[in-house]
Write a protein that binds this ligand. Structure first.
Ligand code: FEO
Length: 394
C-alpha cells in the first residue's frame, strides 16, 4: 500500500503483530513495528529494509509506492537484521539500485549475507551527502546507537532526522503512524523508555554524543526505525533522550523490587510501602519472580530510590534477583539511591552479596540494610518504619 507521510516521504514499513519476544528477549505484547521509508525525488531512495517476518508486506509496500519508477538507492543506516534482512531481496528486485551505507555496515552486511556487496555499494561516512534532487541526506555517524556501524541521516529540506533505532519504541500502533494523533505524547513514553533502557541504555555516552550533533540541526520530524513517527513534539522525545542517556531519574518516588519464597519478604516490603505512603512518598512494588526484567530495567531508569529485597539462597542472593542485578550492572545506570533488605533463617547474607555485586555501579548504596530473620518481628517492623523515614527525608 502507498502511504505518504509528508512532502515526498512515504512509509513502507510493516508490523509484526504475532511477535512475542523481540530479539527473542523482550516481550512485545503489542507486536513490533519495523519502519522503512521511501523518498521519491528526482532520484528514489529506500531508507532501510525490514525484518524477515514482514517481508511480503514490506516488498509490496515498496512496489506500490515506487509504482512505475525504479529504485536508485537503498540506504542502510543500521545493519542489524531487523532492518537489513531484506537487502538482498531488494537488490535482486531492483538490479540498478545502488546500496548506500558505511564501510562498517557493508562489512556486516557481507557477513550476514555471505556475499560481497562492494561492487553495488557507494560507501558514505560522517558528513557525506547523498543528493536526491530537491532533497538530500547528510549522514551522521552514531556509533553504538545501537551497533558500531550505525548512521543516522538528516534532510535539511524537510528538517527530518532519520534516526535509526534512536527514538524507537516497542509495539505496533493502529491507524495513524504520527505521534500527533496520540491523545497524549506521554502514551509513547513507557514503551519507548523500556525500548531505550534495554536496547541502548548501556550506551548513554554514545547517545549523548549523537544528541550533541543533533543540537545543531533544526528538527521538525523524527523518523525512527521502530514505533511512531514524530511530526511534532520532537523536543519532547529529545528531552527524554537527554534524561535517559545521562541516567537522570525522572521521579523521586521509590521502586521496590522484591523476591519472596514464603511471603515473608513480601510482607516486609508491603509494610515499607505503607510507611512510605504515610510519609508522603509513593512507591511501586514489583515481584522479581513474575515480572519480565525489561520492565524492571525500564523502571530502574525512571526511579531515583530503589529498594532490592530478597531471601538468602545458597549463602548468596535469591537467584532471580541475582540475575536481575547482573543485568542492572550491564546497563551502567548511575546516580541511584539503593536500599537493601535481606531475609535469612540461619545465615542471612543476601545483602552483603548484593552490595558486592553492585559495587561497580556508580550508585549510592545505603549501608543500613535491614535483616529479617525468617519473618518480620517488632524490631524489623520498627526498622522498616525508620527506613521509610530515612528515604522520605533524603
Ligand atoms: Fe532495530 Fe538495532 O535494530
Amino acid at each position: 500500500m502507498e502511504r505518504r507521510l509528508f512532502d515526498t516521504t512515504y512509509y513502507v514499513g510493516a508490523c509484526d503483530r504475532t511477535k512475542i519476544l523481540f530479539e527473542n528477549l523482550f516481550p512485545v505484547p503489542k507486536g513490533m513495528r519495523y519502519n522503512s521509508y521511501i523518498i521519491k525525488d528526482e532520484k528514489t531512495a529506500l531508507l532501510d529494509t525490514a525484518d524477515e517476518a514482514v517481508s511480503e508486506e514490506f516488498l509490496e509496500n515498496v512496489k506500490d509506492t515506487l509504482k512505475e519508477r525504479s529504485l536508485d538507492y537503498l540506504v542502510v543506516h543500521h545493519a542489524e537484521p531487523d532492518h537489513s534482512a531484506l537487502v538482498m531481496r531488494v537488490l535482486e528486485i531492483y538490479p540498478s539500485a545502488k546500496l548506500v551505507t558505511g564501510v562498517q555496515a557493508l562489512k556486516y552486511l557481507n557477513q550476514f549475507t555471505g556475499c560481497d556487496l562492494s561492487a553495488r555499494t557507494q560507501t558514505v561516512k560522517d558528513g557525506d551527502v547523498l543528493n536526491l534532487g530537491k532533497r538530500s541526506l547528510t549522514f551522521i555517524s552514531a556509533p553504538m546507537v545501537h551497533w558500531p556501524e550505525v548512521m543516522v541521516s538528516y534532510d535539511k529540506e524537510t528538517k527530518t532526522l532519520f534516526s535509526a533505532d534512536a527514538f524507537g519504541s516497542f509495539g505496533c500502533c493502529e491507524g495513524s503512524l504520527f505521534i500527533s494523533n496520540l491523545n497524549h505524547t506521554e502514551e509513547w513514553e513507557s514503551e519507548a523508555r523500556r525500548y531505550y533502557s534495554n536496547i541502548v541504555g548501556r550506551f548513554g555516552v554514545n547517545v549523548s554524543a549523537l544528541l550533541k550533533k543533533a543540537e545543531k540541526l533544526e528538527i521538525d520530524n523524527i523518523l525512527p526505525l521502530h514505533g511512531l513517527v514524530f511530526d511534532r513534539d520532537c523536543n519532547f522525545a529529545i528531552n527524554k533522550y537527554l534524561k535517559w542517556s545521562s541516567y537522570e531519574a525522572e521521579t523521586d518516588d521509590v521502586l521496590i523490587v522484591y523476591g519472596s519464597m514464603y511471603q515473608n519478604t513480601k510482607k516486609a516490603v508491603e509494610i515499607l510501602s505503607c510507611n512510605l505512603f504515610e510519609k508522603g512518598k509513593n512507591s511501586k512494588i514489583i515481584d522479581v519472580s513474575y515480572t519480565d526484567f525489561s520492565y524492571i530495567i525500564s523502571d530502574i531508569f525512571k526511579y531515583k530510590n530503589i529498594v532490592f529485597a530478597c531471601p538468602t539462597y545458597y549463602g548468596g542472593i535469591f537467584p532471580r534477583m541475582e540475575q536481575l542485578l547482573n543485568l542492572v550492572k550491564k546497563t551502567c545506570v548511575k546516580d541511584r539511591k539503593i536500599y537493601l533488605l535481606e531475609n535469612g533463617t540461619w545465615a542471612p547474607t543476601a545483602a552483603k552479596n548484593m552490595i558486592d555485586l553492585l559495587s561497580d555501579l556508580k550508585a549510592d548504596i545505603c549501608e543500613n540494610k535491614i535483616t529479617i530473620k525468617s519473618a518480620c518481628d517488632s524490631e524489623t517492623i520498627s526498622q522498616l518504619k525508620s527506613l521509610a523515614e530515612f528515604i522520605s527525608d533524603c
